[in-house]
Design a protein around this ligand. Structure first.
Ligand SMILES: Cc1ncc(COP(=O)(O)O)c(C=O)c1O
Length: 423
């Protein structure tokens, strides 16, 4: 039924039916969680052979005793895995601690406090340093930026990535813009993979931005495909070489959602000059990362073929959950109520309600026992300008719980929309 053309009586009838459904769900005292994109325990089980995999062999292929201190850049085989994952070269890739987010923070902190090429280039010396934030985006990128007191500027995203006309115009108009956050493959939360043209234009930004401008290229979902015939992401490292802008990009990835989320290994890659500069800070904070864990990881994932084979097992668990979400949304809602993304990888479905309803829907779901990521979380300062975005994370709950959680979410969306039309 068309909500806008419906008679007041028909709307009232619909509102009463939906209210009854909502109250009945509420009375079930549910306690379900669709908040964070965590792997399920079934997915974690896939990597349990990490435990004991070394069988007492702690010496790596280069003869390094991984039990001892040292090796700030990580063991060579782990760096190779990172380079292959990111499409860069081993000499320009480091394998560090268990969290790429932690390393992103440190790179940002280093550039803010000490500068990429000395104090004169420190972002903190600028009058009003600003970071471009494609939205909706990853809340923790925004927390890092806010924590450093760097102003955030929203940039629109579509299925090809950030709106590059906006990005280029903003950079040309303001030399205090010091960087941009990018999740180029299966973006969190929209699932968009940047088009070749967008990747090329991002690689070229170093030619129009100030010399301390940095692209934070967070390739967290580099191998997290939900379909076999996945779209290739263009290689930013190659595009930067073509433009002579290699210094302007930092690349990141990790095995957090490949092996055990809390004890993966992370990677970062950039030019030798950038790495050396960053090591000055990193070397103050640690003598070296957990090389034993790096060795364990490369024993499980010795190369990209092994990594893709491993990710196919994740896909077998994850794809049916995403199918379930998309089928339920498709069966129950249409564009009068919401629109949503159909990701081919990553960890999220991004749903837009009608304007000004996300907070209401999330509050109603929570009252009925289904916790969703807070309204506004995928936006800088937690402010969704249209109050419409809801991030759905299907990976963690078992399928039966996911189904119930979705039925709650769907009723809440319908009821909130009908009430808005009525008012
Ligand atoms: C885009 C993105 N980057 C980074 C991370 C965290 O990565 P790590 O576990 O390596 O710190 C996540 C986790 O959800 C993510 O979605």
């Amino acid at each position: 039924m068309s909500l806008n053309n419906a008679t007041p009586e028909a709307l009232k009838q619909l509102e009463q039916t939906l209210t009854a459904e909502y109250e009945s769900l509420k009375s079930q005292n549910l306690s379900l969680d669709l908040t964070r994109g965590k792997p399920s325990s079934e997915q974690l089980d896939l990597s349990d052979s990490l435990d004991g995999i070394l069988d007492g062999e702690f010496i790596d292929s280069a003869g390094v005793d991984t039990r001892n201190y040292g090796g700030l850049r990580g063991i060579i085989s782990a760096r190779q895995l990172g380079a292959d994952l990111l499409g860069t070269e081993v000499a320009q890739t480091m394998s560090v601690g268990n969290s790429s987010l932690n390393i992103m923070y440190m790179v940002m902190l280093n550039n803010y406090l000490y500068g990429c090429r000395g104090k004169d280039t420190a972002w903190g010396e600028l009058k009003a340093p600003k970071m471009l934030c494609p939205v909706p985006g990853y809340d923790r990128h925004f927390s890092i930026t806010e924590n450093l007191g760097i102003e955030m500027i929203n940039v629109d995203m579509d299925e090809n990535g950030p709106d590059m006309d906006q990005v280029e115009a903003l950079i040309k108009a303001d030399s205090d813009i010091i960087g941009i956050w990018c999740v180029p493959k299966y973006s969190n939360p929209s699932g968009a993979t940047y088009s070749d043209d967008v990747v090329d234009r991002i690689a070229a930004l170093g030619k129009i931005a100030n010399s301390s401008f940095r692209v934070m290229w967070d390739n967290a979902y580099a191998v997290h495909d939900l379909i076999e015939d996945f779209k290739q992401l263009a290689n930013i490292f190659e595009r930067c070489k073509a433009h002579g802008t290699e210094d302007s990009v930092w690349q990141f990835a990790s095995t957090s959602k490949v092996t055990h989320a809390g004890s993966g290994i992370s990677f970062l890659s950039s030019t030798e000059d950038n790495l050396k500069n960053f090591e000055k800070l990193l070397g103050v904070t640690t003598i070296g990362a957990d090389k034993v864990n790096q060795l364990r990881t490369v024993k499980l994932l010795p190369n990209m073929d092994a990594t893709y084979a491993h990710m196919a097992k994740h896909r077998a668990i994850l794809a049916p959950k995403f199918d379930l979400v998309l089928t339920e949304l498709n069966n129950e809602l249409d564009s009068q109520y919401a629109t949503w993304t159909k990701p081919e990888g990553g960890y999220f479905v991004s749903l837009d309600t009608q304007p000004n309803l996300a907070k209401t829907v999330i509050a109603m779901s929570s009252e009925a026992g289904v916790v969703l990521t807070g309204a506004g979380a995928p936006f800088p300062y937690g402010k969704d300008p249209k109050d419409c975005n809801i991030r759905i994370a299907p990976s963690f709950p078992p399928t039966n719980e996911l189904k119930v959680a979705l039925s709650v979410l769907i009723v809440c969306i319908k009821l909130a929309t009908v009430r808005q039309v009525m008012s």
